[in-house]
Design a protein around this ligand. Sequence first.
Ligand code: BES
Ligand code: ZN
Ligand code: ZN
Length: 491
Amino acid sequence: MDSVKFTSQYEPADFETFVLVTHDAGANFLEDKIKSITGTSVILEDFSNAERNTVKSYNFVADGKFKEIIIASAGKLSEVCDMRLEKLGGYIYSKIKTNNSRICVLNNIEGIGHETTSAFLTSGIILKSWQFDKYKTEKLPAKIGSLTCVTNYIEQNESKYPELDALIQSIFDVRTMVTEPANVLTPTALKNMALDLEDLGVNVSILDNKDMAKLGMNALLGVSKGSEQPPYIVIMEYRNGKKQDKVLGLVGKGVTFDAGGICLKPAKGMSEMKGDMTGAAVVIGIIKALALQQAQINVIGAIGLVENTISGNAQKPGDVVKAMSGTTIEVDNTDAEGRLVLADVLWYVQQKYSPNIVIDFATLTGAIQVALGHEFAGYMSNSDELSRQLELSSKNVGEKIWRLPLHQSYEDDIKSDIADIKNVGSGRGAGSITAAMFLKHFIKDSTQWAHIDIAATEWDSRDRALSQKGATGFGVRLINDFIKKNVMDEE
Ligand code: BES
Ligand code: ZN
Ligand code: ZN
């Protein structure tokens, strides 16, 4: 796409597509604008009292050229908020028919309290536009040539948009990483993508096989044994905060392909396991978004990158490994590998950087889809305060999360006869919770911690408001908002 522009003047002849965004009581606005665009009075359907996200497209010819008018209703003006406008932007994108279109967005929602309407509509339109055609010989057409928003609040929109643009770029990166096949996106390739953040002032350091062996990270290394691909832990340090003692730790599961190991997964659907590194991608994305904004915060991102495949050297069910923390683990199921990877990364981050808050992202369990479907990510936390803060941010940005209990009564389920704990529950259900109970063994009492299981929200086989079928990039906007509201140094 060429450009995003906020302006108070527009010349109808310069555009192919017009988007008129209105609300339940905005009929006059539509008539006036349509007349100024088409030169004639056109009577359309009645949009007053239209339900939220009603979007319709009309065609007309002006100056001998085919043009498109899209009318979108935000519903009740009293209920309009940034997040809803962003989603409306996504629905608008779906209606655009013209390719490479110069798009002009006009709205009558702007006003006190809604000064950044144009920026959020733009963000929604662009977020929804992402598609992946790298491996297609015939490229997919792009609908947006340029986007111009007509607004009386140019300054407010221009100062808000860089944050939204940073999020868009980062979310697009996450979606790309998740969609890339596992023969391309190996642990080495993902490590190199994280290294690119150095250009933005992030300090990136790497632990390789030997470093991890020295540190006793046998839980992570055990997963990697069946693979030809070398494993890595990548640490991304972004330090731009004033209070040097306050550090946020972000940890991500980066299994670049999860075949299940010796406990091999069935063939059907196995290809989806190229996305088992989404947690790592989200952590890279969040750090990129913060660095692009030059946010004043200290964050440590740590991702464990391995492939869980199969060979004569692969770890076997029943093997016992000792994690870096000293806890011994019976590997009852080699397909419950994410928690083994996270065990060592979580412990390392706390030992080395003493973050006061740690949030981990992982496509950890299929059970989370059974519990919550694709709508909510499930999370578990040892802190009511952190949970409250995350839920507020979740509501602000519209990335839905739901807390599940992290209760001691589930602990018995992961007791092992031979070691301290085993890596799967005894089959009494609550698979997402027992996975979190396992992780809790690697969390210090002094750490406020949340584990977000994104196994069912990272990818959707249906269109969502802000993404087409496929990778969603869930989590980046959630944590950006959480950081802005709770962690960032006050000016
Ligand atoms: N990567 C999977 C979880 C997953 C499932 C992610 C579906 C995305 C979509 C994880 O490593 C796994 O295999 N978990 C097992 C755990 C079981 C062996 C206790 C599962 O969910 O079946
Ligand atoms: Zn697995
Ligand atoms: Zn996995």
